[in-house]
Design a protein around this ligand. Sequence first.
Ligand code: ACM
Ligand code: ZN
Length: 530
Amino acid sequence: MKKLLFIACLIFWKAAISQTLNIIPEPVKGVANEGTFTITPATKIVLAGQGAQKSADFLNTYLKEYYGFKLSLSKSAGAEKNVIILHNANDAGAVKGAYSMTVDKDKANINGDNEEGVFYGIQTLIQLLPVEKSMALAVQQCSIEDAPRFGYRGLHLDCGRHFFSVDFIKRYIDFIALHKMNTFHWHLTEDQGWRIEIKRYPKLTEVGSCREQTIIGHNGDKKGYDNTKYCGYYTQAQVKEIVKYAADRYITIIPEIEMPGHALAALTSYPYLGCTKGPYQVAQKWGVFKDVFCAGNDSTYTFIENVLDEVMALFPSKYIHIGGDECPKDAWKTCPVCQKKIKDEGLKDENALQSYFIQRIEKYLNSKGRAIIGWDEILEGGLAPNATVMSWRGEEGGIEAAKQHHNVIMTPGRYVYFDHAQSKSEDSLTIGGDLPLQVVYNYEPVPAELNPADGHYILGAQANVWSEYMANNRKVEYMIFPRLSALSEVLWSSKDNKNWDSFLTRMQTQYKRYDLWKVDYNTKGITKDE
Ligand code: ACM
Ligand code: ZN
């Protein structure tokens, strides 16, 4: 009996220990063992084979920044004590990002099925580090097997409404990596600003990257304008630097060049691109504008193709996002050139003209080996044959596209729009109602309406971060944290492993890690927009 009790206690104790593995997103399988392994400046990183260098560099950069020391690298394990061994199995058939990891008293052993797997093993190791600065970092001994649930794990940032520095974009990319996510959707052109240098069309940045002033508060607040010129754009050299920075973290950047709507900055730069030929003005308030690219004029398509040529040269991503959302058809209805195009091409109406526009650009990008992503409005008037749909107005667009056997990325406003307030009592300026942490956590990207075969067209999901009311870095961080942690678990963890209570417990450590990162997050609160 005593022995039984002892065993029962042991099991209970083991179970209690295993709850101390504090990893977000929750791994497929994680078992904590008794004891720790301590990382000190004397610990070595062993690169066992090819494909671990970037992961080692990431760990060292992280250790240096947050703990003040780096580890030396070695190619062979030697005595195999006090080492972090990074091994890449290079298994071509494995899930991208799968890895296993063991930590015993002498070492941490990370075995990636592929390079991405090694990298995510490093992210897990980082999650196991203490949240206080120290030169002796005790890591729980454990054994972990892990792989992502979805192949597409995205975060977006609107750099059109507000412009964010290269340094902040890099920090943002680090946040994506630290949450085991792999895609940065970079929204680069808007009514309120064109943010990417295009050498063939210098006015896009000379003119289009500046607005004369910005509305104060919401459009309807009647508080006037700030009377301050607002400018910003990324040079091609900076874009290249950022693309490499992301690639070093196994993150693909999908650039978005908006068309046919949200184009006022481009039209102001080159008024021949619009139906009325202007004059136009880079927008100073938020919303949807009736002046859009003229869809009848062939020179519009030439312009866009030339822009996309430069974009493709900068971004290796298979996907180019072409926008497609919120394009009013008013200007096209009264434009003789657009009406002639409708007639000449035998199109039914202006919706069909939008579809013609998108399909023409898709054909161009496909001819260069790329594929388009568009917001769910591209379903209207007929979907371009190879398009991937980003479902934002709800889940319906994604459901419809998947039923038509098109790939889908889910970004429905109700669940993953991080520009919405985190609580009803939010008193900083936001838009679109509230989206609490738990709603994000409980989001299921594969709609129940889809049968299993069609469900496979859901590649994953993404949170969107529209910046009308995010005028600085701090506000962006305040809006994405802690919801980014919840999203990471939606995208990475298996459905069975998700548990709100466990997540909240693990978040107690994660909040301290946010403090280590010096990010602003919601529960700390900024009380006014600043
Ligand atoms: C969007 O939020 N307009 C895609
Ligand atoms: Zn027109």
